[in-house]
Design a protein around this ligand. Structure first.
Ligand code: SF4
Length: 248
């Protein structure tokens, strides 16, 4: 299957089955999404959604967060992963947002990355979710699923995956394809045991085709092994029969 056909089927399938895909993080404005995405690094969206309501209640604006201390913020996010670092990042980010951008979340990926705690992935999420920019944030799900399906080839780093997806996806679909890949990775194409038998993308998936071929080869090998064992048994039985005849 050609890569362009694989992309076409992928986009067609999700466009008709999941045209409204969006982030599972709960937020009401760009500032809140920025906070939630910084917190979500190496943590689940479910956990983040548990801590953000109180956090946003106490720090409703970038200004209120900028005036706080990381120790104070820590109290609200202690149950997420790496709370110390994230508390520092949040206060640093808020200060930068207030000082350099008048408290308004910028749309440029370069500007976003000047803030503490905001790497390329976070900047791409903000640019695509808030501003519908054709930016692809590559997390562990996007990385795994796009490699398995065969949307990417020999892409060993998140940046390589990002570049290939941005190159081959239709520009207007890039921001939503990010959610398609994440949701598919979270609920169907699981890291340890992908649900291939119920996956609607199996017909275009390289990983699935490979596993089918390997499975078929294993079956053939097992049959051959069984046959050779039976042959050996027969030969041994024959030898024994010949020996017994000599003693008669
Ligand atoms: S067929 Fe399996 S490996 Fe391929 S996308 Fe579906 S769940 Fe993932």
């Amino acid at each position: 299957m050609l890569r362009k056909d694989r992309y076409k089927d992928f986009v067609d399938y999700f466009s008709s089955h999941q045209p409204e895909a969006e982030t599972e993080l709960k937020y009401e404005n760009p500032y809140q999404l920025l906070v939630a995405v910084i917190l979500s690094a190496q943590c689940t969206d479910k956990r983040i959604n548990q801590v953000t309501p109180k956090l946003f209640e106490h720090f409703p604006t970038p200004e209120s967060l900028a005036k706080s201390s990381s120790e104070h913020v820590f109290e609200y996010i202690r149950s997420v992963s790496y709370p110390n670092n994230k508390a520092k990042h949040l206060v640093g980010m808020a200060k930068k947002l207030v000082d350099n951008f008048n408290g308004i979340v910028p749309s440029s990926i370069e500007d976003l990355q000047t803030m503490p705690g905001v790497g390329r992935k976070t900047a791409n999420v903000i640019a695509s979710v808030i501003f519908n920019a054709p930016a692809m944030a590559v997390d562990t799900h996007v990385f795994r699923v796009s490699n398995r399906i065969g949307l990417t080839r020999n892409a060993k780093t998140p940046l390589a995956v990002e570049k290939q997806l941005v190159e081959f996806l239709p520009k207007e679909k890039i921001h939503i394809a990010h959610h398609w890949l994440i949701l598919h990775g979270r609920y169907v194409c699981l890291a340890r045991s992908p649900k291939c038998t119920s996956c609607q993308l199996a017909h275009i998936c390289k990983y699935y085709a490979q596993s089918q071929t390997e499975g078929a080869l294993r079956k053939v090998e097992n049959i051959q092994l069984k046959k050779s064992r039976e042959l050996k048994k027969k030969q041994q039985a024959k030898k024994i029969a010949v020996k017994l005849k000599k003693f008669e």
